[in-house]
Ligand binder design. Structure first.
Ligand SMILES: [Ca+2]
Length: 294
């Protein structure tokens, strides 16, 4: 018993030290003025109770994103892509600094936080490093709430749509896909995925070091969907309509997925969870990525 007690004590102490070190870096943006990657490993203490833990299945890696202003919306004029009225008008938006999850939330992270892998069996990629999907809006809110409780704060949440696009475009740059114009290099989509999800981080990152913002699995945002929202969005830190507008009552989802065509992987592509969905519905092609405020 004494040995077990000492072992537990060691891991608690170790976790406290690691958390202290990491949080020491959290409020310190990189010295480089340009948008860059200030890596932060945010490590809720209980996650370190497993000595065999590996990075992508237990640690929330967050990338520092320096805020700024950008032209949000469909800034591209290219032939062959479907027009999505909801992506226009292009309008200037400014967002504050934040940390964005380097990867889509994985099944390993989900199981550790939620203590359950219910509903995950049907996913086309089953591994701790595969993205979690088939989880409902309400379950994701529960995940975030638990993550906040474990880290002793209230800093984790879903990104807004504006934050998501700013990060996906490597800080608001003119990027067709997240990381460049070569969809095969940066995204799992129907042209290269074999119609399956893939472990996170296998494709090239974007300019901020973020992986899979184009492709693999759709990602939830916190905004209600409004097809006309871009015509009336506030400039600073928009959070979407107060309530859903039009026939859709869904939240905005972004980034495309492994079973979708290349137009869906575009950084400016807006979609929404299945029409008339409820907070308890699930989709195997819908997961999420978390944001942490400084
Ligand atoms: Ca994705």
């Amino acid at each position: 018993m004494e040995v077990v007690y000492m072992a537990k004590k060691f891991w608690v102490l170790f976790a406290v030290i690691v958390v202290s070190l990491n949080y020491g870096c959290a409020g310190k943006p990189p010295l480089v003025a340009e948008l860059t990657t200030g890596m932060e490993k945010v490590t809720p203490a209980p996650l370190f109770s497993a000595p065999t833990a590996t990075v992508t299945d237990t640690v929330m890696e967050m990338v520092y994103v320096k805020g700024g202003c950008y032209e949000m919306g469909n800034v591209f004029d290219y032939a062959g892509f479907e027009e999505n009225p909801g992506e226009k008008p292009v309008h200037e938006v400014c967002v504050d600094d934040f940390y964005m999850g380097k990867y889509e939330v994985t099944q390993g992270q989900w199981e550790l936080i939620m203590g359950s892998n219910t509903y995950l069996e049907s996913l086309t990629c089953r591994d701790k490093k595969c993205p979690v999907g088939n989880v409902s809006w309400n379950e994701v809110q529960d995940f975030i709430s638990r993550l906040n409780s474990r880290s002793g704060g209230n800093k984790y949440r879903l990104p807004t749509e504006a934050e998501w696009e700013y990060a996906a475009r490597s800080g608001g740059k003119r990027e067709l896909y997240s990381g460049g114009n070569d969809v095969d290099r940066v995204a799992w989509y129907d042209g290269n995925s074999d119609y399956r999800l893939h472990p996170v981080g296998a494709k090239a990152p974007n300019g901020l070091g973020l992986h899979d913002m184009s492709g693999n699995i759709w990602e939830m945002t916190s905004d209600w969907y409004g097809s006309d929202y871009y015509s009336k969005s506030p400039r600073n830190n928009p959070t979407g309509p107060d309530k859903p507008t039009g026939p859709e009552i869904d939240r905005v989802v972004r980034g495309g997925c492994a079973t979708g065509g290349s137009p869906n992987q575009r950084t400016t592509k807006r979609s929404h969870a299945f029409e008339h969905t409820t907070p308890t519905d699930r989709s195997r092609s819908l997961g999420f990525r978390i944001l942490r405020t400084p």
